[in-house]
Design a protein around this ligand. Sequence first.
Ligand SMILES: C[S@@+](CC[C@H](N)C(=O)[O-])C[C@H]1O[C@@H](n2cnc3c(N)ncnc32)[C@H](O)[C@@H]1O
Length: 224
Amino acid sequence: MSLPTYDITSGYADYFERHRLFDALPTIGYAPVKMAPAERLLLWSLAYSTRPRSYLEIGSLEGGSALIVASALDTLGASGRLALIEPSPRIAPAVWTRLAPRTTLVRGFSPAAIPEAVASLGGPVELAFVDGDHGFAGALADGEGLLPYLADGAYVLFHDCHLPAVARAIDDLLARHSTRWVDAGIVTREVTRERTAGGGEITWGGLRLLRHRSAALSRDEIGP
Ligand SMILES: C[S@@+](CC[C@H](N)C(=O)[O-])C[C@H]1O[C@@H](n2cnc3c(N)ncnc32)[C@H](O)[C@@H]1O
């Protein structure tokens, strides 16, 4: 796989202190984000542990999820770049100040804006966060639109995977391109339930993690 590894052999003692790991927790708490605590921690941890050189986000609104990823990269002292696709950004100046040194904001709609956003990253996407159009067709189009731009081994997180339309879109994406994805499944357990106008109930939230393979998986790897 094309994702790099990082040698931390020298100086493992006081690693956490030197990397200001615990200073990052307040950022996870105050980031202007529509994500449950477990989802914030998972996004931060995934960015910290995979250290992406290129992060693509679909749907950024106030920049909270991007801030969480930037915080992880800041903590590492890593130089990864962020590209955000959002038609109606409402990113406060204080948040943009933290993001700006490593971030390109593309005001537009995914999937059409994906090529422009990826061009700003200087290489294929190593981590993507999909949190834009939560309809079936939109979420499916985002997944398919990302495929040509993903590094081998890239991680893709879909938010709101408990929404029925998003759940179906991810299942469809996996069925259509079964040799190109490894499905890690739903990796958070927190959900929010809301009453609908019609008296029903809708469940949202949740992160589902997929891993991309640019070379087709063999039958053995896909399983029965
Ligand atoms: C739930 S908000 C994103 C929140 C953000 N990821 C966070 O957690 O901080 C969803 C956003 O997706 C945007 N959006 C909707 N359709 C989109 C599309 N096709 N491409 C990009 N963004 C889209 C909306 O404008 C909205 O701001």
